[in-house]
Design a protein around this ligand. Structure first.
Ligand SMILES: Cc1cc2nc3c(=O)[nH]c(=O)nc-3n(C[C@H](O)[C@H](O)[C@H](O)COP(=O)(O)OP(=O)(O)OC[C@H]3O[C@@H](n4cnc5c(N)ncnc54)[C@H](O)[C@@H]3O)c2cc1C
Length: 551
């Protein structure tokens, strides 16, 4: 077999004790928790699609495209050579290849095009797999996914835009909707004076023939080469949602001025810009005065997507850590067999499986949200899971990176990129505290939500003594926790852990469920990964996470 390595190239030493590149695997088949979860939550029919994307995640050429797209970051071209404004963003070809691939796999659209049970579970699993490839592209796919319900609320706009937005063809040409074979959506709400508090928006809209004209700025506008943008502006004192096209129906470009691109910590393949609207044409979406409610409805779907984005980041970094630890020897033993490392890896594997199980359960609730109880559960648990999974990701990735030693910190592997990426989902579309306030709002506005939650937790009652004690104490503390805004994080964290334990107790192998209860619900409660592993059945947990158990 030919290899890219020249055995004789180095005169001074042999390269030994370094793993082969982690590639050539299928990220779907190797992930037992994913395969079981997808089947359990009603999307077994999507397995051929998931397997196809799982193969791409393990393809070294695709991994290289992800590296290139983040290495050679987008550039703003404000003017052409002759001084005319063009407001274009130039991307490395790898970005366009990745966009073509993500849209081709329907990462943005499957939930809306497959009108069958499990469609949200299937698309969520696609998003989880995609986020093991490249996270910058996950921004436009997530926004395009989240925009569809809002668009469908307006029959005329839906008629114009739904077809290209749901298309699996990526078409980056700056042309009007009617000419696009595929389109992408951005969402730009955040302004300088306030992002969480959208009432602070200062952009103004005035009605004109054919729509409205907007004047103002947006402080964050990701994926600015999208075809159309949801935004917010005041008509008088009424905050209203609008759709802003980049190209007008007559083929000219709208007045959409990109001021600069943000120089960001992570998500570097994706452009995030600052923009100005100046007499910019826009179409109203929904009633005047309902803008914030409409924006929050869209944000809810992007929050849902972030659960899978952060879980995917965890899974990718875990896969790399397991591969490294299985193929590196230290002090006469394979790294994975050093007791301290065994504990760290098993603890990370537990976290990852729990994140995914929670996400897929929420996705099923979204599929079933015609039923009142499922809708209440989904409303609450999307925010709980968004908070918890996104919060766990940065510490998780840091640990997975550290499992590699120094090479983890080097840019050729994706760990450094994932480390920069990991905090982002916690920030956008509702930073941690804002999400905790949202959880309280869901529980206070619909008090039956708490009953639905405890009914769900009750399904695992009797399976584990530590879980029973934990769930009982959550129930008895619930009212005071909910009453005290300052304890919002405690409330959300305890709901998340109880829900994860309940799911693992019902559906995961007993080593995983028991390991989770032992390390998360009881005992000394170590504050970092690997610090609370007494009695943890680490070896079988690692075998399962590596796809090397009996399956
Ligand atoms: C890479 C990147 C891309 C982005 N892309 C987009 C985009 O495309 N479109 C878009 O609209 N926005 C985008 N954003 C902006 C993002 O959504 C906002 O940054 C986020 O919503 C927070 O708003 P803010 O920055 O104004 O912070 P603030 O609202 O000032 O919040 C600052 C901190 O205060 C906390 N806080 C706020 N209110 C409360 C409260 N009542 N009690 C306690 N704590 C509170 C928050 O949790 C946060 O930690 C992007 C951000 C990043 C980093």
């Amino acid at each position: 077999m030919s290899t890219p390595y020249a055995e004789t190239m180095l005169d001074t030493h042999e390269v030994t004790n370094q793993p082969a590149p982690f590639a050539g695997f299928n990220a779907y088949d190797a992930d037992r928790a994913l395969v079981e979860g997808v089947r359990r939550e009603g999307a077994g029919w999507a397995e051929p699609r998931l397997r196809a994307l799982g193969g791409a995640a393990g393809d070294p050429d695709v991994q290289e495209q992800a590296r290139l797209a983040n290495r050679y970051v987008p550039e703003l071209r404000t003017f052409d050579a002759h001084g005319r404004r063009i407001d274009q963003v130039a991307y490395h070809p790898a970005w366009h290849r990745l966009m073509t691939m993500a849209y081709g796999h329907a990462v943005h659209s499957l939930a809306w095009t497959e009108r069958r049970k499990g469609a949200h579970v299937a698309r969520a699993a696609l998003s989880y797999l995609w986020n093991q490839i490249e996270n910058g592209v996950g921004c436009p796919t997530g926004m395009s996914f989240a925009a569809i319900p809002a668009l469908r609320a307006d029959a005329e706009l839906a008629a114009a835009w739904e077809k290209p937005l749901l298309s699996t063809e990526y078409d980056p040409r700056p042309v009007p909707a009617g000419e696009k074979t595929g389109a992408t959506v951005g969402m730009t709400f955040t302004e300088k004076q306030g992002g969480s508090d959208l009432r602070a928006n200062s952009t103004r809209a005035v009605p004109v023939d054919g729509g409205y004209r907007l004047t103002g700025h947006k402080w964050f506008c990701s994926a600015p080469m999208s075809d159309v943008f949801f935004t917010l502006a005041y008509v008088g004192d009424r905050a209203t949602c609008f759709l802003v096209p980049r190209s007008l129906p007559d083929g000219t470009r709208n007045r959409f001025f990109i001021q600069r691109l943000k120089d960001k910590c992570g998500n570097r393949s994706n452009a995030s810009s600052e923009i100005e609207f100046s007499n910019t044409l826009a179409w109203r979406v929904g009633e005047e005065g309902r803008g914030i409610a409409n924006a929050i409805r869209m944000a809810h779907y992007t929050r849902f997507d972030f659960i899978f984005s952060s879980a995917g980041i965890m899974r990718q970094s875990l896969g790399f850590a397991l591969h490294h630890a299985r193929n590196r020897r230290v002090f006469q033993r394979t790294l994975v067999d050093q007791p301290l490392m065994t504990g760290v890896l098993a603890d990370l594997a537990l976290e990852c499986e729990a994140a995914l199980a929670l996400g897929l359960r929420v996705a099923r609730a979204l599929d079933e949200s015609d039923h009142e109880e499922a809708a209440l559960f989904e409303r609450l648990m999307t925010s709980v899971a968004k908070y918890w999974v996104c919060k766990r990701a940065p510490a998780f990735v840091a640990e997975a990176l550290e499992c590699h030693g120094g090479i983890g910190f080097v840019e050729e592997l994706p760990l450094a990129r994932l480390y920069r990426e990991a905090p982002l989902n916690g920030i956008w579309e509702g930073s941690g505290n804002v999400i905790c306030l949202d959880v309280r709002r869901a529980l206070q506005r619909a008090p039956r939500t708490a009953d639905v939650l405890f009914d769900e937790l009750g399904l695992a009652r009797g399976a584990d003594r530590r879980f029973d004690t934990y769930a009982t104490s959550l129930k008895s503390d619930f009212a005071p926790l909910l009453a005290d805004e300052a304890r919002g994080r405690e409330l959300v964290e305890r709901i998340a852990l109880a829900a994860q334990a309940s799911l693992l107790l019902r559906h995961a192998p007993s080593v995983v469920a028991e390991g989770f209860c032992a390390t998360r619900l009881a005992g000394a409660g170590g504050r970092h990964f690997g610090a609370s592993v007494r009695g943890l059945p680490a070896r079988p947990i690692i075998e399962r996470a590596s796809g090397q158990d009996d399956g």
